[in-house]
Design a protein around this ligand. Structure first.
Ligand SMILES: *[C@@H]1O[C@H](CO)[C@@H](O)[C@H](O)[C@H]1NC(C)=O
Ligand SMILES: *[C@@H]1O[C@H](CO)[C@@H](O)[C@H](O)[C@H]1NC(C)=O
Ligand SMILES: *[C@@H]1O[C@H](CO)[C@@H](O)[C@H](O)[C@H]1NC(C)=O
Ligand SMILES: *[C@@H]1O[C@H](CO)[C@@H](O)[C@H](O)[C@H]1NC(C)=O
Ligand SMILES: *[C@@H]1O[C@H](CO)[C@@H](O)[C@H](O)[C@H]1NC(C)=O
Ligand SMILES: *[C@@H]1O[C@H](CO)[C@@H](O)[C@H](O)[C@H]1NC(C)=O
Length: 379
């Protein structure tokens, strides 16, 4: 086991031996507190969170949407963020496409109440695009506002144009100018297609077909290693590169398979998801069942500060349809440890969920920890 255990957890666990109602109330108030702290970084002028980047913003928004789904008391905050981010954030797109570049940020900011336009949301990284597609689907789930769903569909349609340029004529590369084919971009493509299949009834089969095509290719291409963990990506010769087993790569696929199984049931989907989830837990949790990434605490910048929350969000999706005690334990232990060991005097949550509270914090570490606190509400 790579990770050492840290103290205090045993104490915090006692909080959770009370009734189910106490557990849920406690978990909810922690998540509300973490949301308030996160919103201290929300910049209503940019529609994003200061101290973290573009793709992190999609994940912060998703965490807020997921909380609003289980805790209506944060609905006003959530709908304010969706409304404001929809209008303001496109001007912050770090690498907008050619037609957007010519427009000034001011023009984009003026686009209040006009139709949503997916081209404002795509940048030069296909994974970023899909994070936003999933974020808008999460906003749709909370509000049932169709413009959010249309935006996700538009982003997905754009991604399909990148399909199949390398590796057995399949898959999506990381970005248009780079030949690296990585797991995350393809897991996100799977998950976005599968989510849309369950929400856009008029095009259900179209999205099921894409999700199945991606999944079959993903399995055949060997992203999944011998011990059922998923490595970062493929070599130039299209074989598994054996690179770092990041938590988010074990996570996004779980939500993708849960949604695909709902849209087009096949026992193999949840079998795969359970194998991957168990292997991830064996590889990435410490002796207290708290989740970690290999980079902690000092080498996670700039992206890996976000990863663990993504795993938790997706593990919770799997737990909902295929419950296992070990999933519940990992979610509760991680949430408890964040609260007991990784929260500073300002209520900010850091990257190492076992502590110390002196961990550097920002909207990325905060929103990632929020995902774990949200997951703990419903287990
Ligand atoms: C947006 O930010 C400005 C400047 O910080 C502030 O004055 C205003 O109240 C904020 N608006 C909302 C709706 O939060
Ligand atoms: C968000 O916009 C919708 C219209 O799209 C409006 O009905 C709703 O009141 C707005 N919510 C907030 C919190 O601004
Ligand atoms: C989307 O926005 C771009 C840039 O503003 C514009 O060129 C394009 O025509 C828009 N597409 C639609 C469908 O409105
Ligand atoms: C389920 O998926 C497996 C693996 O892709 C496939 O071989 C099988 O034909 C599928 N079963 C059905 C009923 O579609
Ligand atoms: C599974 O394999 C990966 C390498 O691909 C390794 O990093 C990880 O430690 C292995 N997990 C276990 C539980 O041995
Ligand atoms: C957030 O803070 C962590 C910890 O200081 C840092 O590693 C990371 O780069 C920051 N993330 C972003 C997106 O700035």
């Amino acid at each position: 086991m790579l990770f050492s255990s840290h103290g205090l957890l045993a104490c915090s666990l006692t909080t959770f031996v009370f009734s189910g109602a106490t557990v849920a109330d406690d978990a909810r108030s922690r998540a509300q507190d973490a949301l308030n702290t996160l919103q201290g970084w929300y910049n209503n002028g940019t529609g994003l969170w200061d101290t973290c980047g573009w793709w992190n913003g999609a994940n912060a928004m998703t965490a807020i949407a997921d909380l609003a789904l289980v805790d209506p008391s944060v609905m006003d905050t959530a709908t304010y963020v969706f409304n404001n981010t929809l209008i303001k954030a496109p001007a912050q797109n770090p690498h907008p496409g050619p037609e957007i570049k010519s427009k000034s940020a001011r023009d984009l900011n003026m686009r209040v109440n006009s139709a949503v336009n997916a081209s404002e949301w795509v940048d030069s990284a296909y994974d970023d695009d899909a994070w936003w597609a999933l974020a808008w689907i999460a906003a749709y789930d909370v509000t049932e506002d169709n413009q959010y769903l249309q935006l996700a569909e538009g982003i997905f349609d754009d991604l399909t144009k990148a399909w199949g340029t390398r590796c057995s004529g399949g898959g999506i590369p990381w970005n248009p100018s780079n030949t690296y084919v990585n797991a995350i971009t393809n897991e996100l493509f799977l998950s976005t297609a599968a989510h849309l299949a369950n929400r856009v009834y008029s095009r259900k089969q179209y999205y099921v077909d894409w999700a199945q095509k991606e999944w079959n290719w993903f399995v055949a291409q060997g992203f999944i290693g011998a011990n059922n963990t998923i490595n970062d990506g493929l070599l130039q010769n299209c074989q598994n590169n054996g690179a770092t087993v990041w938590s988010y790569n074990q996570g996004v696929v779980l939500g993708g398979l849960v949604e695909l199984n709902k849209a087009a049931p096949n026992d193999t989907y949840l079998e795969f998801a359970n194998k991957i989830a168990k292997a991830a837990i064996e590889t990435l949790t410490d002796s207290n069942k708290v989740l970690h990434d290999w980079c902690e605490p000092n080498n996670c910048e700039p992206d890996a500060t976000q990863f663990k929350g993504i795993f938790m969000r997706n593990l919770q999706m799997l737990q909902r349809v295929s419950p296992h005690d070990i999933y519940k334990e990992v979610i509760i232990s991680s949430a408890n440890s964040i609260w007991a060991n990784d929260r500073n005097a300002k209520g900010q949550l850091g990257v190492d969920w076992s502590g110390a509270p002196s961990d550097p914090t920002n909207a990325s570490t905060q929103s990632s920890a929020l995902d774990a606190l949200v997951a703990a509400i419903s287990v």
